[in-house]
Design a protein around this ligand. Structure first.
Ligand code: 13P
Ligand code: ZN
Length: 274
């Protein structure tokens, strides 16, 4: 029994590999973080390094995440390689009692640091943990091509993207009835994009980063991966339909969206409907 035999590690690695096979992770594109349960931390503790690495200040604070542990992809690491050598590509970090610093307790055996988007992940875990009464555990960022393509042609508003995505596949209003947020183009990796994304994630489970990618959250790997997959598939259908060259002749009407919501017992964000 080793670290890689622990169920949550296996499921994390599978999700990274699934993302690679979807084509969402060219080179080092994308990152994923998972907030471990207390039981999972105790399962893993025997395999932690004898000497944790030094504390690193994050430049952001999440007081409700003090003392938590996360699995993270390493900055510059390729999703394609996670399955081959998880201990080189991944790390486990511990958060300090002030909620403003991390230290690596396992992984990145050849050196490195957690994803450059760790401030965004961390701040958004903080927001989503608060918004979901502690249910949120996964934050996932990827570079799915169709979602990115739409950020060149649609108006960059939450309303416009939510409506197009809801109407491009019938299941969408059921999967993300709250809609999606849109963050304008920003320099990746810093506190600014972290804070702008947080503003969106107070309301939504997903935020589109213009000309960059998609950022989603959820309570487990399946739901979070499924949200990424559903949004990207919907974007792909819209791109395919528009590629036929005659525009959209017919689509799902607003009252039909309301009918789906009623049937499936979900609350659509009414302000996005006509
Ligand atoms: P990292 O390799 O640091 O995770 O960065 C990849 C990325 O997608 C940045 O937005
Ligand atoms: Zn990115």
């Amino acid at each position: 029994m080793g670290m890689l035999d622990i169920s949550v590690m296996k499921r994390y690695i599978r999700m990274a590999d699934d993302g690679w096979h979807q084509g969402w992770h060219e080179r080092n594109g994308g990152n994923v973080t998972y907030r471990l349960t207390k039981e999972e931390v105790e399962q893993m503790r025997p395999f932690f390094d004898a000497q944790p690495r030094p504390w690193v200040n994050m430049g952001v604070t999440g007081a409700n995440l003090a003392g938590e542990y996360f699995i993270s992809t390493g900055s510059g690491k390729f999703f394609r390689n996670v399955i081959l050598d998880p201990e080189d590509s991944l790390c486990i970090v511990e958060i300090n009692e002030a909620g403003d610093s991390y230290r690596i307790v396992w992984g990145l055996k050849n050196g490195g640091r957690p994803t450059s988007e760790f401030p965004s992940h961390f701040m958004n875990h903080s927001v989503r943990v608060a918004a979901t009464n502690g249910a949120c555990r996964v934050i996932y960022h990827a570079h799915p091509a169709n979602v990115i393509a739409l950020t060149y042609v649609l108006e960059l508003t939450d309303r416009e993207f939510s409506r197009v995505l809801w109407k491009s596949a019938t299941e969408c209003p059921v999967v993300f009835p709250g809609g999606v947020g849109v963050v304008p183009w920003m320099v990746p990796g810093g506190a600014d994009i972290a804070l702008a994304t947080c503003e969106k994630m107070k309301k939504y489970e997903a935020a589109i980063w213009a000309h960059h990618g998609l950022f989603v959250s959820g309570p487990d790997f399946d739901t979070t991966f499924g949200l990424m997959h559903t949004i990207e598939k919907s974007a792909q259908i819209y791109v395919l339909a528009m590629s036929c060259g005659q525009g959209i002749r017919q689509t799902i009407k607003d009252d039909e969206l309301r009918a789906i919501a009623k049937e499936f017992g979900v609350q659509l964000r009414e302000e996005f409907l006509d």
